[in-house]
Design a protein around this ligand. Sequence first.
Ligand SMILES: [Zn+2]
Length: 518
Amino acid sequence: MNVFTLVRSINCCCLLLAALAATGCATNPVTRKTELAFVSEQQEISMGAKQYLHSQQSAGGKFVLDPALAAYVNAVGQKLVKVSDRPQLPFEFVIINDTVPNAWALPGGKLAVNRGLLTELKSEAELAAVLAHEIVHAAARHGASAVERGTLLSAGAAVISVLTADNRAADLIDVATQGGAMLLNFRFSREHELEADRYGLDYMVRAGYDPQAAVELQETFVRLAGGKQPNWLEGMFASHPPSQERVDANRAKAAGMPAGLFRGEEVYRQKLALLTKIRPAYAAHDEGRKLLEKQPAQALAQADQALELEPREAMFHALRGDALKKLGRDAEAEREYDAAIKRNDAYYAYYLNRGLVRQRLGNQGGAQSDLEHANKLLPTAAAHYQLGKLAQGAGNSAKAIGHYKLAAGADSDLGRRAGAALLRLDLLRNPGNYVQVEAVADGKGNLGLRVGNRSPLSLTRLRVTGVVPAAGFQREYEVAGMLKPGQSTVVPMGVRLADFNVGLGQVRGQVRSAEPVE
Ligand SMILES: [Zn+2]
């Protein structure tokens, strides 16, 4: 069940549940407070599990270059899970390949931390502070409770428009994807943030970490938030707003906790060694990504620089591919996407862009399989739109309409183009929905057909039929020229009402075909 259906069914049941309040009450597993809870543990788990892949993909995909680092983050996370209030949840921790510092938790214990946050941390204890905080969000049912209160849905609507405006994540349209985006960009309430801090400190101490690390990290966040650095503002600080109130609360609580626990500065430095070393490569890449739209040649140079520093990163090959594609060097671009997929075969954008390039190169079969694969990882309007064009080219209108309909759901230029393609296809199949034909007679009883264009497109090659069923009359007529939207014209039928001895009401007209002007 995705968040939308969940929220919808909850809204429907709300009154019923209020009446039977006792059934919906439960003790919160972390705070031990009694609260209304009608999202079951099973639902929490399935919500998170269903959104996890799409959430990872839309956030930038998994960071796969350093499996040892991924294993380390997971190990620190699992250490905290063991001492948490819900060790039975299927917790998972992944690193997202994105420079923006951020971390997020889906219901049921599906967590992620961005590469860009890891490089900002100074010790294992700081990492533990971030993960413990996210673990509390999942363990204390913060996501589930937001769904129960209906706040997740409204918060999500705003997030989706931001997401579709963003270049990299543009045109994400699938409902499941939107749900995932909602969850990972969701901003918890101030109360839940304080709770995640408070119980996170408990988990840290139980796992043997120095709680002062959390206090100091929070202080750093407050300082950075004052500096208004865009990366932080769009990431960590958007999802977890730092505040002096949080620092003070953490400091007060940590003061009563054991001192001298593990900090792990040295081990953290070692584990981060590769990432620290290649950080400039990612900086070059990120700069190139910004230049891509307007200065693709410079973006290409940035990609080359990044690859010189770290030739194994798929993302750098993909930037090279994107720049070459932009420069119209499609064959070379395809080879770069091949290289990217060889290094990381689990990120949608590499398949999506290779599919687009293959389509331009005339490799329809290769394009189709790439676009379909991209959609399995993360459905996008871009892939659905192109799949619609491929299906249309192959004469499969029904399949094309299916893809266009999905693409048209995106609030973007591409969504509107898909809507127009959909309209053209439907117009060809069902012209009667767009063209009105009615019989008219002039003062002398000469019959004609008034043909009106009710579609938003200019139409040409209109063929209409005039029928007098009572007289067994039927004739086809062609409308000369073009009809603009809203325009109508009268086509003479070449017969008179008197020829049939019937009333005008017994003369009918219908459209047989029409074509939109390209
Ligand atoms: Zn938080």
